[in-house]
Design a protein around this ligand. Structure first.
Ligand SMILES: NC(=O)c1ccc[n+]([C@@H]2O[C@H](COP(=O)([O-])OP(=O)(O)OC[C@H]3O[C@@H](n4cnc5c(N)ncnc54)[C@H](O)[C@@H]3O)[C@@H](O)[C@H]2O)c1
Length: 344
């Protein structure tokens, strides 16, 4: 993984890529991300990445909403590779109060030869699609091969990208079950799926339980800090990608046949459910089945039987953002997309 350093007459410059620039090079659908992540997650499993633990800036501390924060996510991927940082803000009430998306972000890429910044990208589009691509890539290995039903809880930016990526990557999906505590959100997404994928049946559920019980692949994408998904709701053979992290009760991790994470160190912190279980002596590194990159690299098995219940806890890794942003950057250079900014 190498990237060229942009220079004009010996002076460093930066390529700025807006959301529409990123879309124009394929950054608004899943293929680019699935390919970039297949490599990056294996590099991570092989120890060829550097990823410090991400600090959370919470201005209101413990009194604040769980989704009121800014997170700094630095990483280096590959050799000689690329370095960078995603700086991602979140305000839970941005959609209702300001008509804005909950999350906003920029990604800075740095050339490891000089450590100079070489690109700045609008970051929330990359972030949503890389998160969706992690679930899609994991589903290749952790979902039943013949799964037909997808259940989504929370039809916001992240949830809709999850289902769109699954529909793009798995042409055999027959039914999508949607639940959102705001019925208008699930109804609006149901109409979009029906228009874009007429072969797919869409069911709007009356409760999270109804949707989860119907899913072979289940994806919670809410902003809750109160677990509500119970182990007994998961049917044999299901795969749950725990994208919003706090939705599942502890018994889901205890009773699952396999628990997979993207990165153990990142998952076992910040009082998230896995971290709570570890602190209570109920779960440990030894009980973890694998990190996802180990399964992609073939050093650990994925799904082995049709009735296993498998839970992926994808905390979200800077390695994913930087690898995907680097691929967007490379394509933008190739296609002459973006705006050059002089650094000096
Ligand atoms: N794991 C990762 O890598 C990763 C990456 C990005 C975002 N996320 C997480 O994804 C989540 C969703 O982000 P978003 O940008 O789509 O937020 P959003 O505010 O756009 O959408 C959230 C949706 O969930 C619904 N909702 C909230 N609580 C609910 C509940 N208890 N039951 C049912 N529906 C509920 C809301 O009505 C809304 O439609 C966030 O928690 C975010 O932290 C995870």
């Amino acid at each position: 993984m190498t990237v060229p350093t942009p220079e004009a007459e010996g002076k460093p410059r930066i390529l700025y890529l807006s959301r529409s620039d990123i879309s124009s090079v394929g950054g608004d659908r899943s293929d680019l991300y699935v390919q970039a992540l297949a490599d990056a997650l294996v590099l991570h499993a092989e120890g060829k990445t550097v990823q410090p633990l991400k600090p959370y800036l919470r201005v209101h501390g413990k009194e604040g909403h769980i989704a009121d924060r800014i997170i700094a996510m630095p990483a280096h991927v590959g050799e000689p590779g690329i370095s960078g940082l995603k700086w991602i803000g979140s305000k839970h009430d941005n959609p209702a109060r300001a008509g804005l998306e909950r999350a906003s972000a920029v990604i800075v890429l740095n050339d490891p030869a000089t450590n100079y910044p070489i690109a700045i990208l609008e970051g929330s589009l990359v972030s949503a699609w890389r998160t969706a691509a992690v679930t899609a890539l994991a589903a290749r290995h952790l979902a039943r091969k013949d799964f037909t039903d997808v259940a989504l809880i929370g039809c916001g930016v992240i949830g809709t990208a999850q289902v769109n990526a699954l529909l793009q990557q798995f042409g055999h999906i027959a039914t999508v079950h949607l639940y959102d505590q705001r019925p208008e959100a699930s109804e609006a997404f149901a109409s979009r799926i029906a228009a874009e994928h007429p072969q797919v049946t869409v069911e709007v559920a009356d409760s999270a339980e109804q949707a989860v019980r119907a899913g072979d692949v289940i994806v919670p994408c809410t902003v809750t800090d109160r677990p509500y998904i119970e182990a007994g709701w998961l049917r044999p053979g299901s795969f749950l990608s725990n994208v919003s992290i706090m939705d599942v009760h502890k018994d889901v991790f205890i009773e699952a046949d396999k628990v997979v994470v993207d990165d153990w160190e990142q998952s076992n912190r910040e009082k998230k459910i896995i971290n709570q279980l570890v602190l209570e002596g109920e779960f440990s590194r030894e009980q973890l089945h694998a990190e996802l990159g180990e399964i992609l690299a073939g050093s650990r098995p994925g799904r082995e039987t049709d009735d296993e219940v498998i839970v992926l806890n994808p905390m979200g890794m800077a390695v994913e953002d930087i690898a995907c942003a680097a691929e967007v950057y490379r394509r933008a250079l190739d296609e002459g997309v973006g705006t050059w900014l002089d650094l000096y």
